[in-house]
Each structure stands twice: as C-alpha cells, then as structure tokens.
Design a protein around this ligand. Structure first.
Ligand code: R2B
Length: 289
C-alpha cells in the first residue's frame, strides 16, 4: 500500500534523528514542554514515544481525535479505539492522541499557534530519540480556481502572501527568513496513494499561507486581481500554517508535507472568473473513510 511505500522509499538525512538547532538543549537539566504537558523529568519520553514514525497535525482537537480513531481501526489495533486518551489533557491547549506508530496532534489556527506546538513537538521527537519520522499537516483550506469541492491539495511549496517560498519570522529584534520547500517526493507518493482510493480528487500545487483569516485569507474584499496573481503564481489553496510548518520541518530534518482538504460549501465568482471557496460553517470535515 502507499503507507508501506512511504516507509520503504523515504530517505532521511542525518541518520533519521530529529535535529535541534539549539546548542544549549543537551546541557539543560530539564526540558519542560509546557503546552503539551510533557517534560524530560516527568516522562520517560523515549519509552513512550520512541517508536513514533508518523505525526499528523491539524487544526481542531476533535478532528485529530477522530483521525487517531480512524488510524486505530485502519491499523487493526486492539479495541475499538473509541476511548483514546488525550496525552496533553492536563494543559488544555493542544490535544494529542496516539494510534500505534502514528501521533495525531491539534495545532489550533494560525502561525503563532502551530509554531508553539511544533517547537515542543520537535523537541519531544528529539528527546524521545525518534528516527525516520514523517510529519504531515492534514488541514482545511480555501480553494482557488475551479477545483472540485472536497479536493485534497498536496502542497509542493508553501508560499507567503507575496507568493514567495519563504517564512519571515521575528526572532527577538531580528527578522529571520527561512525556506519553505516541502518534500516533493513525499508529495508525489501521497498523490499516488490518492489514486489508489476511488473518488479521492487530489492535486499537487503551491499553497499560500496567510497571517490572518480576515485581513489575509478571506478575500471577499479582494476584487483587485490579487487572486488572479495568486493563481498565476501556481497557488491553488490558501490556509494559515503552511509556511511555518515547512520552515520548521526543513530546519529539523523532518520529512514534511502539507495535505489540505477544501471544505468548500460556498463560493464567490471573482470578476476575473476565479472562484474563491471558503469555509462558511463551524462544521469541520470528517476524515476520509
Ligand atoms: C484553515 O482553516 C482555519 C481558518 O478557518 C485555519 O487554521 C486554516 O489554515
């Protein structure tokens, strides 16, 4: 299956370990992963998480719970998976569930929220000495162009609001720019997997990451050709986390991929003939079954 192919063909740099660019981490007496309610002194991280191979992240806690239950059943694990425990319940910020070698974690909305979660998740994988981990964002997004509703967009490159493959972050009083390339081989593997499932429309494209839902993402006010420029730059969907996700995965040697579903139930035709589809409900899409 596609899952087996993914583990067989993926080549991981640096012996497959997760690299942390903080030279002081190893000399710390204790590392508290505050928002995950985990820590190096309070938990035996290698024993609990050392065998994790896939990490799936997505916005909402309920969706990531449903995804873990789905994986539990798919992997044929003991029990019905209905009573999976939230590993991060003590902190009430993010929700984390595990199904065999798959970790399923919510990241909330937007770059600051996913960035906090990823910092702690990546340190968790490092402390746990996990090897050859693939991390996939399974998110929601708005679509650009006449794409069938429910299409899965597999991101090859995350771009910023100027359609550039970069993530600009303020680090103390500096603006640091990082690359946002994602793993293109993994994107192709995921597309191949989608073809094994009937009625699973999927495509590979650039994903644009906006900093805010109203000022950056919702484009009902954008009738000035911006969407056409985005489309011409190869963007087919817009969400709010992909550049941070791609930059952080790249920095730490993780194979990363963004995999966004268009939960479109409303569309607006632009004067240019482009269609902007945006989520208009609090109802999150159910994981594909
Ligand atoms: C998609 O949906 C959310 C905004 O409604 C945001 O997290 C995103 O990227």
């Amino acid at each position: 299956s596609g899952r087996a192919a993914m583990t067989e063909t993926t080549v991981y740099p640096g012996g497959g370990l997760v690299h942390i660019k903080n030279p002081h981490l190893e000399s710390m007496e204790e590392d508290i992963l505050h928002h995950l309610d985990l820590g190096t002194k309070t938990h035996n991280l290698p024993a609990v998480f050392g065998d994790i191979k896939f990490v799936c992240v997505g916005g909402s806690p309920n969706r990531m719970r449903a995804f873990a239950q789905f994986m539990h059943k798919q992997l044929g694990l003991a029990g019905d998976g209905e009573d999976l425990a939230d590993i991060c319940a003590g902190m009430d910020r993010y929700a984390m569930y595990r199904a065999g070698p798959v970790l399923s974690i919510s990241h909330g909305m937007g770059i600051p929220s996913i960035s906090i979660m990823l910092h702690e998740l990546i340190k968790l994988l490092h402390h746990a000495k996990c090897r050859d981990v693939t991390i996939i964002r399974i998110g929601t997004s708005g679509g650009l162009g006449k794409i069938k509703l429910g299409t899965v967009v597999i991101t090859d490159t995350a771009v910023d609001s100027s359609f550039k493959p970069r993530f600009e972050q303020v680090v103390l009083d500096d603006v640091v720019v990082q690359s946002t390339e994602l793993d293109k081989d993994l994107a192709k593997e995921l597309l191949a997997c989608s073809k094994e499932i009937s009625d699973f429309p999927a495509l590979i494209s650039h994903t644009m990451c906006a900093y805010d839902f109203y000022e950056g993402k919702t484009t009902f006010g954008r009738l000035d050709g911006y969407l056409k420029r985005a489309y011409n730059a190869g963007v087919r969907n817009i969400e709010m986390e992909s550049t941070a996700f791609a930059a952080l995965c790249g920095l730490c040697g993780l194979k990363g991929e963004c995999f966004c579903i268009l939960p479109c139930i409303h569309s607006l035709t632009q004067p240019e003939g482009l269609v902007w589809c945006e989520i208009q409900t609090t109802q999150e899409p159910k994981p594909h079954s």
